[in-house]
Design a binder for this molecule. Structure first.
Ligand code: GLA
Length: 386
């Protein structure tokens, strides 16, 4: 998905396709996660932010229960479905996401009629930047407004999670949609995934002479594949054996005792989550007291933990992290669910070209596909454009 059109162009395309004006145009962003990986479904802490890459939808409610879906990037052509008797899994590619949120809203008791929707998005798909949640959050924001359901952000987060878990079949947590729906310009979203409490934490890398680079390794992944689910199952097993509701309730000081009762693999999975929660809290504290230049070591430690204990990295992500560090990044880690996708590298502005060139060269040398490298800053969450 690489289309980038403004609201007027999207509305015009909608008119050409469906023969009427849309009721409006909405957008919702993708996200990067600064730190706190695989902690969300353990009721822990995360620190993502919304990025300035968005999914945009022009949408119009219909008088019947039919849905017609088209994208500006052409994938799958015009897809038609009916919301009546809609079964989880219906649709193809990106069309799962709008259908999924309509299904989940209906399950929640919202009277969602059919709709026509035109999608445009410049959030790269499969890059670990939550392109699917960007679509879901744009559509659910539109439907929440147009149907008059008026659900609060916390509810939209849970409805979107239902859509992902049941309709799409990916057993993911609440981080991505929380960042997309609740993000704010200039801020990271410090989210307590147990009670959905949010604190917006200022994150201005530029003011510290830094830039946050995203390195999209082009290794595509899907959370509906087995790796994500198996990590989640290990965490649930760990919590059960340790007798806690969720790994959120285990502290770093409990790990020694945990080593006595958990098998070796489960211990490493648990250790990642427990130490990662601690790193999120430390990051928030350091951002407040000393600013972005002070969090490099925590990013590095997070990556090492995902690589060695949680085992969700891959050679391309490790190379992106190691090479960006060698060329001057002050901290780097993979971001998102893992097994591919993107890394982030916090880099002094003056060294960013060196880091970019170094990573591209290293990928070529290793015979990997050329990565896509770009800077991101925290942007606004979901909103209505027109
Ligand atoms: C994916 C999921 C999130 C979260 C991350 C890992 O992005 O959608 O819920 O679990 O992986 O932190």
């Amino acid at each position: 998905m690489t289309a980038t059109n403004d609201a007027t162009t999207i509305a015009q395309r909608f008119r050409e396709t469906f023969g009427a004006d849309p009721d409006g145009v909405w957008q919702a962003p993708g996200r990067v996660n600064l730190i706190g990986e695989h902690t969300d479904y353990n009721e822990g802490f995360v620190l993502p932010f919304a990025i300035d890459k968005t999914a945009k939808v022009a949408l119009r409610l219909r008088a019947d229960s039919n849905v017609r879906l088209l994208s500006t990037f052409g994938g799958h052509g015009l897809v038609e479905a009916s919301l009546d008797g809609l079964e989880p899994g219906t649709g193809q590619g990106w069309t799962h996401y709008p259908l999924g949120v309509a299904w989940a809203l209906r399950e929640r008791g919202v009277d969602v009629p059919g709709f026509d929707v035109l999608l445009d998005s410049d959030v790269p798909s499969g890059a670990g930047l939550s392109s699917s949640h960007a679509i879901e959050c744009a559509v659910i924001t539109a439907l929440n407004e147009l149907t008059g359901a008026g659900l609060a952000a916390e509810d939209l987060v849970l409805v979107t999670q239902r859509a992902e878990n049941i309709f799409v079949g990916a057993p993911t947590g609440i981080m991505d949609q929380s960042a997309s729906l609740r993000g704010a310009k200039g801020h990271a979203v410090f989210l307590d995934c147990r009670d959905q409490h949010v604190e917006l934490v200022p994150f201005d890398a530029e003011a510290s002479g830094l830039v946050l680079l995203v390195i999209d390794t082009k290794v595509s992944h899907s959370h509906a594949d087995g790796g994500y689910a198996s990590r989640r199952a290990s965490c649930e097993l760990g919590a059960q054996v340790l007798g806690v509701r969720a790994l959120r309730d285990v502290g770093v000081e409990d790990l020694e005792e945990a080593a006595g009762v958990l098998d070796e693999t489960t211990l490493r999975r648990v250790r990642h989550v427990v130490t990662e929660n601690d790193r999120v809290l430390q990051t928030v504290e350091l951002l407040g007291s000393q600013g972005p230049a002070s969090i490099g070591q925590l990013l590095d430690a997070s990556h090492a933990s995902m690589r060695d204990d949680f085992e969700i990295s891959c050679p391309e992500l490790d190379l992106a992290v190691d090479t960006s560090k060698e060329h001057g990044a002050i901290g780097a880690r993979m971001t998102g669910g893992g097994f591919g996708g993107s890394a982030i590298a916090l880099t002094p502005v003056g060294l960013q070209q060196q880091v970019r060139d170094g990573v591209v060269r290293a990928f070529a040398g290793a015979g990997f596909t050329e990565p896509d490298i770009f800077a991101v800053t925290p942007a606004a969450g979901a909103l209505r454009l027109a």
